[in-house]
Design a protein around this ligand. Structure first.
Ligand SMILES: *Cc1c(COP(=O)(O)O)cnc(C)c1O
Length: 360
């Protein structure tokens, strides 16, 4: 077996221990004589898997009892619609547009009501987070929406916006469980799991229970109502059962690593190695304003498209994969999620140094 260092933005690297455990349990899950993929989601065995996953997530993030945890499908993109359909009671919401994912959510919300773009960083290709301390929040806004970590551009909100009392809705797909978070500051925190937590096919929604009501926009399909899923504890219909099982294993792995404080330290240490090098390199340059840099996604360029392409090609040959930047921005991007070991980032920096020497 040989594994490369995988810098993919998503689906992305998972902890080897988790993959190994899943492999060991593939044919016979703990004496059941079948795989988790093959078992009824109504079985006692599966019930324990999903309940344990929820309990472990609750303990990792200290999720209070007045918040619901839902394991849903449709990816983060489906939430772009589900959120306005369920929460736009006044048909007004404010969006802070800091990248493509926030922009897509903003555009989707326009299908259901009045979505206001109250701040944006598009003027400088989303390379920074705007000052959100005193924004023109709409008096009748049902919520204020952010994408907390911008996967494509590599920026992160280091302080949450001042929502002036409105509920905060945050897409945390690419920074989920990368550091501690105070859930009580959010009305909704949600994310697709394929960036930092598990296999594609699961989206986790953590939502204040008081926001989950039957009062949704007319025509909202049953499957897109939070109340339906909350009342059925994510078992209204067949959930993405195998994916949830892997998420559960990743929660246990994070606990074993020391929880979210330890995860944050680990991530800061990794990101520092890469950012320090970018700051001193004469060839490579980070593209994000330093104070808004993400710990998870690190975009960089050489300044020459030709050299960028050469770098992507040669790094792949050296066992460092998926370093090509998003098609909308070009250059390179290293996604260094929780499961990326420090050795992977060190190997990347060593390779960059060598490439710099050879291409001066
Ligand atoms: C990847 C990503 C999405 C889209 O996720 P899908 O599961 O493919 O719909 C949305 N938001 C952010 C921040 C992402 O990184």
């Amino acid at each position: 077996m040989s594994r490369i260092y995988n810098f993919s933005a998503g689906p992305a690297v998972l902890p080897e221990e988790v993959l190994q455990e899943a492999a060991d349990e593939m044919m016979d899950y703990r004496g059941c004589g079948m795989s988790v993929m093959e078992m009824s989601h109504r079985s006692k065995t599966y019930d324990e898997i999903i309940k344990t996953a929820e309990a472990d997530l609750r303990s990792l993030l200290s999720i209070p009892d007045d918040y619901e945890v839902m394991f849903l499908q449709g990816g983060a993109s489906q939430q772009f619609a589900m959120i306005p359909m369920n929460l736009m009671k006044n048909k007004v919401a404010d969006y802070i547009v800091t990248g493509q994912w926030a922009k897509k959510a903003y555009q989707e919300a326009q299908l259901y009501g009045k979505a206001n773009k109250i701040a944006s960083s598009e003027d400088k290709t989303f390379s920074y987070i705007p000052d959100c301390s005193d924004l023109p929040i709409s008096p009748d806004a049902d919520y204020v929406y952010i994408c907390e970590n911008n996967t494509i551009y590599g920026t992160k909100f280091k302080t949450l916006p001042n929502t002036k009392g409105k509920e905060l809705v945050a897409d945390v797909s690419s920074c989920f469980l990368s550091e501690p978070a105070d859930i009580t500051r959010y009305g909704v925190m949600y994310g697709g799991v394929q960036k930092n937590i598990g296999p594609a096919g699961v989206v986790i929604v953590i939502m204040k229970k008081s926001l989950i009501t039957e009062d949704v926009l007319p025509g909202t399909p049953t499957m897109l109502r939070y109340k339906i899923h909350a009342d059925a504890q994510s078992l209204y219909n067949t959930p993405p059962a195998y994916g949830i099982y892997i998420c559960g294993k990743v929660f246990k792995w994070i606990q074993k690593m020391g929880g979210l404080e330890a995860m944050k330290k680990h991530n800061e240490e990794k990101a520092k190695i890469l950012y320090d090098f970018l700051d001193e390199s004469s060839l490579f340059k980070g593209t994000v304003v330093p104070k808004d840099r993400s710990l998870m996604n690190v975009p960089f360029v050489t300044g020459s498209e030709e050299l960028d392409a050469k770098f992507v090609k040669e790094s792949k040959a050296a066992g460092l994969e998926n370093l090509k930047g998003h098609r909308s921005v070009g250059g390179m991007r290293a996604s260094i999620y929780n499961a990326m070991p420090i050795a992977g980032v060190k190997a990347l920096v060593e390779f960059m140094k060598k490439f710099e020497m050879e291409n001066k």
